[in-house]
Design a protein around this ligand. Structure first.
Ligand code: NAD
Ligand code: ZN
Length: 259
């Protein structure tokens, strides 16, 4: 198929779908300036994400891990939603409850887009707020009592003593994200699998589809008879199962297939 035939087919599948699940990964935010883990710019100093985003790394050196999260928070705080985030928010608000967003991202750019588009329309942003499979870098969680705190303030990681502490019990806080080797929140995961099974189409944008179990959501839709549409400049393990695979960046392709 030619590229424009792929776009037309993706458009038709999404327009005809009674229920749509949109699954996004780091690639949807790449053109907003948020580095992906596996692409260029994914390194911080000489560390790979897999060396820092783990419970072991935090136990060994919480200051180093918080310093990295502080750097990522500052970087993401400068970024704004791109045309792909905005088009997905418009879609979810146009078909409330029937189009649901599920993201592996921790940058909150889908939620920012939901609030921006909802404000333009005078609508409630809730239908376009994504289910966050891996948490958010703007939330912290107490390692002792589980209390959560939301903040975009800078992190002072100059010493162990200045790291975020719990307002309730004084315990050490950690980023409220799912690290490599940790399990996902069961309620969130259960809801995502229900959405995948009920979807007549699953649109997968910018994920390398190598991180489980998020990567298997699209195959749940496919097994239930739904269509799978993938947008990614590179081939992924999902490509062989996709009904349509669009080899393009999210900013060019998403508004086009939804337009
Ligand atoms: P990944 O970094 O493993 O893969 C990113 C994918 O995006 C790749 O397949 C790449 O080909 C594709 N891509 C690159 N540029 C693109 C573009 N312009 N348009 C569309 N696709 C593009 O990311 P992942 O699959 O999301 O999984 C890694 C984990 O890393 C996730 O669990 C997530 O929590 C975390 N992470 C999150 C962020 C974020 O919140 N923005 C950034 C980096 C990593
Ligand atoms: Zn606490």
């Amino acid at each position: 198929m030619t590229a424009s035939a792929d776009i037309a087919r993706a458009h038709a599948l999404l327009a005809a779908a009674e229920r749509v699940l949109v699954l996004t990964g780091a690639g949807v935010s790449a053109e907003s300036g948020v580095p992906t883990f596996r692409g260029a710019g994914g390194l911080w100093r000489d560390y790979r994400a897999e060396e820092l985003a783990t419970p072991g790394a935090f136990a060994r050196d919480p200051r180093l891990v918080w310093e990295w999260y502080g750097w990522r928070r500052a970087k993401v705080a400068e970024c704004t939603p791109n045309a792909a985030h905005l088009a997905l928010a418009r879609l979810a608000l146009a078909r409330p409850g029937r189009v649901r967003l599920v993201t592996q991202n921790v940058d909150e750019l889908h939620a920012d887009a939901a609030r921006q588009v909802a404000a333009e329309l005078g609508a409630d942003p809730a239908p376009a707020i994504p289910l966050e499979l891996h948490g958010s870098i703007f939330r912290a969680r107490c390692t002792r009592c589980g209390t959560r705190a939301v903040s975009r303030d800078p992190i002072d990681a100059s010493s162990r003593e200045t790291l975020p502490r719990c307002a309730t019990c004084g315990g050490p806080m950690r980023p409220d994200v799912v690290w490599f080797g940790e399990s996902l929140d069961e309620r969130v995961l259960g809801e995502a699998f229900e959405l995948a099974a009920a979807a007549s189409a699953c649109l997968v944008v910018g994920t390398s589809a190598v991180v489980q179990p998020a990567a298997s959501l699209a195959s749940v839709t496919a097994r239930a008879g739904g269509a799978v549409i993938e947008i990614n400049p590179d081939e992924t393990p999902l490509t062989p199962y996709a009904d349509v695979s669009i080899r393009s960046g999210a900013v060019a392709a998403v508004p086009e297939i939804l337009g």
